[in-house]
Ligand binder design. Sequence first.
Ligand code: NAD
Length: 496
Amino acid sequence: MDALATNWHDRAARLDIRTKAFIDGRYVDAASGKTFEDVSPRDGKVLARVAECDAEDVDRAVASARKAFESGVWRDQHPRDRKRVLLKLAQLIEQNADELALLETLDMGKPIRDSRSIDIPLSARCMQYYGEAIDKLYDEVGPSGPNSMSLILREPLGVIAAVVPWNFPLMMAVWKLAPALATGNSVVLKPAEQSPLTAIRLAELAVEAGLPPGVLNVLPGFGETAGQALGRHMDVDMIAFTGSTEVGKYFMRYSGESNLKRVSLECGGKTPHIVMPDAADLDLAAKNAAGGIFFNQGEVCNAGSRLLVHESIKDEFLAKVVEYGKSWTPGDPLDWNSRTGAMVDDRQHGRVLSYIEKGKAEGAVLKSGGNAARTETGGFYIEPTVFDGVDSGMTIAREEIFGPVLSTLTFRTTEEAFRIANDTIYGLAAAIWTKDLSVAMKAAKTIKAGSVWINCFDAGDITTPFGGFKQSGFGRDKSLHALDKYTDLKSVWIEL
Ligand code: NAD
């Protein structure tokens, strides 16, 4: 048997959970002394009481980050030395993967198998990637002619505030932290109030790896208080945000009303998943259509929530999707065999169920699921849900549900498929299944989305940029392109 398959319940019972804020290299209480309840969606029970940071803590953390930045204790280290620290941190994430995976699963409800084999290893790999990159980057010399010389230099911005969501808590944080730290910035990280535990633990690992005090601070707390205080802070140079489009817009406003800090936004999505009748393997496509919406309880920004199927194959195809969907029925998140866990909290649970009701009320046809599940546990579970007969005007085709709810639409022509695909305010991702290369490439060119997957779904790795078009945001995470947003260009002109 897989060595990782057992003992998670025992280990969960023995977990030592860190609950404080991390400022200036050490754990501290919130200045107000306040704490909030961190509820595990697995059973609805309080897992821990966590420091509730607000504006005063934001001031303390930003001051510490600023002091560290201006002192040069991190930014002026040789890139080789910064690399050593980030590689060590990547190694510590790997060495503590069981503990981090457990924290993630208990905190936000995803299956332990996903935390342990996806979230935590990919977080370590991301840290490693940027650590390895940083001593291989060159600045530029401009084509300035024989009597002068121009240098185009990249400089770190200063204090970066990273505000992140709860669906991949550690991974979303590391997507920001790794390139920001690699380029010499200081960071204040605010995890989502639903899932602060791995970020809090990461801060300690960063210090163990050799990151100087103040370079990484972690402030658990709520969006309207700690998040807003970061967004409006006059001494924060940039906000790196992942979360909803609604809150992304707040950050634009905070910036405009304060110091015009840079803002990068990774926001919501409503990914079209297109299936053409000539797809080489309809079984594989159906398996991906189910996985594309039900993975991570549907709490994925690029979830394939709109299934667009050619009308000639729709009934046959949808029957397969419903069948594959059954394997995503929720189970105990601590059971290694569960593929689906709990929705992150009571509120999200209720929100998704209300979208299901709205779908029914607006005339969509419920093919499977539609109900809360495992209610006897006290946790927040929902059955994998498939709707047929959806049209582009329905709420469940337009709004991001962020749950295990698939909306199926049909089309007759390729042009119609692309038109429906683009009929959304979002532009995060799209996918198409077809054997026809020119249709596939037309989709890639026509659909307004940051990622387009052809004959696959949610594929890619740390080397490919990820981010949105339209109201899915701007700026890219992952790949060397992510380094751009944490640096500014400085031009130096020298007369010879
Ligand atoms: P959210 O926008 O509610 O919260 C995200 C973060 O913003 C949290 O840390 C929260 O505390 C903070 N926040 C909330 N209100 C705030 C306010 N008024 N001022 C300042 N900060 C505030 O999003 P969520 O519910 O945590 O996450 C789900 C959303 O994240 C979905 O829309 C999803 O598509 C998006 N997401 C996008 C990506 C991407 O890469 N594009 C990845 C993951 C999640």
